[in-house]
Design a protein around this ligand. Sequence first.
Ligand code: G
Ligand code: G
Ligand code: NA
Ligand code: MN
Length: 255
Amino acid sequence: LRLETDLRRALEREELRLLYQPLVSLHSGRIEGFEALLRWRHPERGDVPPLEFIPIAEETGLILPIGRWVIEQCCAQVARWSRDPGNARLTMAINLSPVQFAQPDLAEHLASTLNGCGVAPSRIRLELTEGVLLEDEEAAIRVLHQLREIGVGLCMDDFGTGYSSLGYLHRFPLDILKVDRSFVSRMDRDPRSGQLVHAIINMSHILGVRVVAEGVETSEQLEALREMGCDHVQGFLIAEPMGADRAEQLIAEGR
Ligand code: G
Ligand code: G
Ligand code: NA
Ligand code: MN
């Protein structure tokens, strides 16, 4: 309860910030974009893990103002990077919770924020978990099409956990699928996990969906994923989530 009260004030007290973790293209070897990851530094407790405060934010509805702030920060960040024409293609992946997805004004807020920052919608990619899709499939498909009409990319996050089925790829208008890091970490020990990831990549490609492997921690995983034709990788092997300044440095070095 205490944490809830504190979280309520975290936005106005500027205790929230975003870190950015790069995604690297296995085709070009270059940074393709970043995923924005929310952090909360509590004045007494220090860093509170997202796995602790995001569920509270979702239960209390605080995820709505926080989520809007995240979207606004991300669009502003993309606009700042884009002042350098060399960065004109960098993407920003934003995590959306099912509560945000259920808001009727989500598409409108996104569109007006993009417009206000002068950022092309194709630079933003929304990461959704299957929780978004399970409750009311028809409603979910309607919203996905609405978002797609704006022109933002759509990504299925944490694929391979829960009920994730390849049927999702067929029924939902997705651009990208993110193979969950639990799969990637099992690849080293268990050949069948590797074969499964390979099959997911092949099926995704048949359906015109690109694949990101997340949680890549070893060069063996990276090489195996490259051979399987995986499109993008993300994980500690490449870089941990970092502040915007460091991200900007990294982009500059990569060119
Ligand atoms: O950064 P970390 O890997 O600890 O994130 C843990 C979880 O918090 C992940 O499931 C991630 O998707 C979620 N998360 C991180 N940032 C955001 C955010 O801005 N909004 C939402 N809804 N979830 C986030
Ligand atoms: O659920 P989601 O995929 O959004 O979670 C992203 C979380 O994964 C972030 O909290 C991020 O810090 C974490 N993460 C990113 N790369 C790695 C990695 O290589 N290994 C592990 N264990 N966690 C990672
Ligand atoms: Na994510
Ligand atoms: Mn994920």
